[in-house]
Design a protein around this ligand. Structure first.
Ligand code: AMP
Length: 402
């Protein structure tokens, strides 16, 4: 790397999207001396609270997007819900990393699955049904059991339905007719894992240790690192993550999610060209976090070590742990009980409304071995619910109706 194209501290990084991933990126980047600009529709977003400037506008507002891009030395995105075709225009003004076409491929399940197939990556068998197509052709192609997934903007299991028997097909037809969907073979897996890979403009790559992911209601609940899988599986996952990053021409950070079937090779499930919830553990258990790595990659700087310093378990904190009476939030979770554990670190995203199912933050628990870390994380989550906590008045917050 000759550093000619490097964007040094003091320059400005722009982020499309103002959620928690943008917030943690901004925290990493400002620590390193960068200026941060956020482009986000909603006022008071988690990222804008820790950034220098924010433009509140929709992606359709080309003039606002151009003004935003002009002020930035490099622009990145923190969500797959940014419409790729809209942000093409940024490349005429400044650097956009990863390239908009990486987002275009990964934000639509048709394109993502075709890309995996065409590049020879192992994936679950699938069929495509167009908006005006007949869902039954998808079932004929793939067989039962299967999972129906909307082609656009799917994440955390939204827009999905598992079909185990022929009796469930009419309900699926009613639900999905008129929408483009992927019908995917149901994978009988022993587990789910992911790898976060970083690639710089020069092609330098680092892969963070493989995470084992436990979901609840399709949403990530715990990430366990190192993953409790045979070494051969971890090695294969890392090899595939590198190959995906290379083939897709990644500059930045990408999470590659996998199924580990009970028999046979691992299967790539999804690609997310941004830092990922299953990589949050890197904030507390790696030398360099996925967010710092993103800064380094998009700025053309040398990448840091992705080495794991301690076994760790990351647990998500959902709005559900706020205490409610008659549907109204009456008390904060028992943060004091959580923080009384010396090997636990708390990350909250500054969201004001703790809605049920909303990701409000996460915590990490470290220990000498991963099973002890998992026990600690589970104990801490139970404490958030049950230990005495502050009322909203004591916490200085308004009560929020949900
Ligand atoms: P996705 O949004 O595609 O990552 O799906 C969310 C979750 O649904 C995954 O993490 C799995 O737990 C489950 N899931 C999705 N697709 C399949 C499949 N083909 N077979 C079995 N489980 C699946």
């Amino acid at each position: 790397m000759n550093g000619i194209d490097a964007i040094f501290p003091g320059k400005t990084i722009g982020v499309l999207g103002g959620g928690q991933l943008g917030r943690m990126l901004a925290q990493a980047a400002t620590r390193m001396g960068y200026r941060m600009h956020i482009f986000e529709l909603q006022a008071d977003s988690p990222a804008s609270a820790v950034a220098h400037e924010t433009i509140n506008a929709p992606y359709e507002d080309l003039a606002a997007l151009t003004t935003f891009a002009r002020a930035c030395d490099v622009v990145t995105y923190e969500s797959e819900n940014v419409p790729a075709v809209r942000i093409k225009a940024i490349e005429k003004v400044t650097r956009l990393r990863p390239h908009w076409s990486v987002l275009e491929t990964t934000q639509n399940r048709f394109r993502e699955k075709r890309w995996l197939r065409d590049h020879g990556f192992p994936h679950a068998r699938f069929g495509e049904v167009a908006a005006d197509g007949d869902l039954r052709t998808g079932f004929d192609q793939v067989g039962l059991p299967c999972v129906v997934k909307t082609a656009d903007f799917g994440y955390d299991g939204k827009g999905q339905m598992k079909i185990f028997s022929a009796e469930e097909i009419p309900a699926a037809v009613r639900r999905f007719t008129g929408q483009p969907v992927v019908v995917e073979q149901f994978v009988d897996f022993s587990g789910e894992v992911s790898a976060v890979v970083t690639r710089s403009p020069s092609g330098e790559m680092r892969v963070f240790p493989v995470a084992e992911n436990l979901h609840a209601s399709h949403i990530l609940d715990f990430s366990i690192v190192p993953a409790r899988v045979p070494l051969a599986v971890a090695v294969r996952v890392e090899q595939l993550a590198r190959a995906v990053a290379e083939k897709i021409g990644l500059v930045g950070v990408m999470c590659v999610e996998f199924f580990v079937p009970k028999t046979g090779d691992v299967l790539v499930n999804e690609l997310a060209p941004r830092p990922h919830n299953s990589g949050h553990y890197t904030l507390d258990a790696c030398m360099v976090s996925q967010f710092e790595q993103q800064v380094r990659a998009i700025c053309g700087l040398p990448l840091g070590s992705a080495e794991l310093l301690s076994p760790v378990v990351m647990a998500n904190i959902f709005g559900d742990v706020w205490k409610r009476r008659d549907g109204k939030v009456v008390a904060e979770p028992a943060w004091n009980a959580l923080l009384a554990e010396p090997a636990v670190r708390l990350h909250l995203y500054g969201k004001s409304e703790p809605l049920i199912g909303r990701k409000m933050g996460h915590f990490s628990a470290t220990a000498l071995d991963v099973n002890t870390a998992l026990e600690l994380a589970q104990r801490c989550r139970a404490k958030l619910w049950s230990a005495p906590s502050f009322s909203m008045e004591q916490a200085g917050m308004n009560t929020v109706g949900v």
